[in-house]
Design a protein around this ligand. Structure first.
Ligand code: FES
Ligand code: FES
Length: 160
């Protein structure tokens, strides 16, 4: 009889909804979101904590979801790009709209992570000037080098 991998139950509050799933203790939060819950907004770029494509909010703070295990977050609030505006059928979140208005993406692969990071950065009060934005967004890489437009989108979101 083949050996079943071990699994434990975890309840994540994802985008305002309680979701229970059984996961191998080695499963990252990123894989639980993508493969377990079908939320493919968070992207797997490096899977090493180096690119920021997998950024989500955990209890309102940004984290790289590839660097943490799903089981560690029982009962906690997770927000992905899909739940950013609280209404999948509604209007874009203002930061999403700013990215559109400022042409802040090319291929778009990094964009969900960039936007989640930008939303957190604005809440943290780290958008005072462009240098500050560049510093506090430095964990989010963009292979298409849309950086000037990303900074412009965030500056506009901050009312500058
Ligand atoms: S996929 Fe998580 S930081 Fe790159
Ligand atoms: S828009 Fe292509 S990687 Fe950023």
């Amino acid at each position: 009889m083949p050996l079943e991998p071990p699994a434990d139950e975890v309840e994540l509050h994802v985008n305002g909804e309680a979701r229970r799933l059984r996961v191998d203790p080695r499963v990252t939060l990123l894989d639980a979101l993508r493969d377990g819950l079908g939320l493919t907004g968070p992207k797997k770029g490096c899977d090493l904590g180096q690119c920021g494509a997998c950024t989500v909010l955990l209890d309102g703070r940004r984290i790289t979801s590839c660097l943490t295990f799903a089981l560690m977050h029982d009962g906690r609030e997770v927000t992905t790009i899909e739940g950013l505006d609280g209404d999948p059928e509604g209007e874009l979140h203002p930061v999403q709209q700013a990215f559109v208005d400022h042409d802040a993406f090319q291929c778009g692969f990094c964009t969900p992570g960039q936007i989640m990071s930008a939303v957190a950065l604005l809440a943290e009060g780290h958008a005072g000037d462009d240098d500050q934005v560049r510093e506090w967004m430095s964990g989010n890489l963009c292979r298409c080098a849309a950086y000037p437009n990303i900074v412009a989108a965030i500056a506009a979101s901050a009312g500058r």
